[in-house]
Design a binder for this molecule. Structure first.
Ligand SMILES: Cc1ncc(COP(=O)(O)O)c(C=O)c1O
Length: 376
């Protein structure tokens, strides 16, 4: 596919500002206001006959198919909807259910808190012990024949360390365990290789590098080979084979649709689709290469007071680059005063989220210039 530069299709923010918070919320596709205005006009005119028109109803699967190539998945294996936390509940419960009888869920002590809260409850329900490793290097030894599920953030939200999904999944499968991946800090910025890496379940946020807008829906991936075997974690009418037949007994829809629960978030889907339509115009492999180049450039240019906290190998890094600084919080405040948006994770981490969709080399050079001017 031919490489396309789509940077101009995103709102750049006020003149002179540099926005490097893609790990919290990605920039707005310029087409989004028009799409939203159309939805609001339809609502105002009351021309819709409720749910009889399929574009609202089919959006969770349609958006899932548009997202699939970005996360290395096949069509029909991704559904958009619900929050990441809810999708974590679904994925982990389904994986634990498929490995009933095994007694251990392996995860990381430093994983994002919502992932931990979900794991604590699912572990209780499935009578599993939660084993939390402190460092990725301990993971291999922690996965054994008792392991039901290996449950990980693909990219660590503080350090930006990215797991080798393929290698961890291979290890888990060799021990008879399943994998659940949270792709929130990877998807849209770096390769996640779900299908080629043979992942079992995955979830993630729509609002970070995927640019789906404030509070965008999350998504759920279920490997095609598991789809016929796995019952939905939460039964609801939108996961029914024929929701509009209003049958009293639940019959699961075929494929990924069975994991939908209730009414889709139509407005959120409209915004998310505006972003996914930009993604469909670019070659994901090119995007990921651009991300690696931008992040290497940033690392090579920042002042030496900023100590790299992320791995130095771009293949082991996620969407943002993290640095340690003694006064991280003050530094991010001062950057804001100099019209640079970055994010901080206490006590000493500064994060710069790089979006290969809209960040350019000149943005990274200007960021470095302002950092030098500030720290000098
Ligand atoms: C790794 C990870 N998972 C999940 C979430 C948030 O989940 P939710 O969209 O349900 O609030 C975040 C938010 O930053 C996150 O970093």
């Amino acid at each position: 596919m031919k490489k396309r530069n789509v940077a101009g299709q995103f709102a750049a923010g006020p003149r002179g500002w540099l926005y490097f918070d893609a790990n919290s919320i990605g920039a707005m596709p310029k087409i989004a206001p028009r799409r939203m205005a159309k939805l609001l006009a339809e609502w105002q005119a009351l021309r819709r006959r409720g749910w009889s028109e399929s574009d609202w109803l089919d959006a969770p699967r349609r958006l899932g198919d548009k997202l699939a190539p970005v996360i290395g998945a096949k069509k029909g294996s991704v559904i958009v909807g619900d929050s990441t936390s809810v999708n974590l509940h679904k994925a982990l419960a389904m994986a634990a259910g498929l490995r009933r009888g095994r007694r251990v869920i392996v995860s990381e002590a430093g994983t994002f808190p919502t992932d931990l809260y979900v794991a604590q409850q699912v572990a209780r329900r499935y009578r599993c012990r939660l084993v939390l490793v402190k460092d990725p290097s301990e993971l291999d030894a922690a996965i054994d024949r008792r392991t039901a599920v290996v449950y990980l953030s693909h990219t660590d939200y503080r350090t930006g360390h990215r797991h080798d999904l393929r290698a961890v999944t291979r290890r888990a499968h060799a021990r008879g365990a399943l994998t659940v991946w949270d792709l929130s800090h990877s998807a849209g910025a770096v390769a996640t290789d779900l299908a080629s890496g043979d992942a079992d379940f995955a979830v993630g946020c729509g609002y970070k590098y995927l640019c789906g807008g404030p509070g965008a829906p999350g998504y759920l991936y279920v490997a095609p080979r598991l789809q016929a075997r796995v019952e939905p974690a939460f039964q609801g009418w939108f996961g029914h084979a024929e929701p509009m037949a209003f049958e009293p007994r639940f019959r699961a829809a075929r494929g990924i649709q069975r994991h939908a629960v209730g009414t889709p978030a139509v407005a959120g889907n409209v915004l998310f689709e505006a972003a996914l339509d930009v993604f469909t115009r670019v070659n994901p492999a090119e995007l990921f290469r651009k991300h690696a180049a931008l992040s290497q450039l940033l690392i090579s240019l920042v002042p030496e007071e900023l100590i790299l906290a992320s791995p130095s190998d771009p293949h082991r890094r996620g969407g943002f680059v993290a640095f340690r600084h003694r006064q991280a919080e003050a530094l991010v405040e001062e950057l804001q005063a100099r019209r640079v948006v970055a994010s901080v994770r206490k006590p000493n981490i500064v994060r710069f989220g790089l979006s290969p969709l809209y960040h350019r080399e000149t943005d990274v050079r200007e960021l470095a210039r302002r950092l030098h001017a500030m720290l000098d």
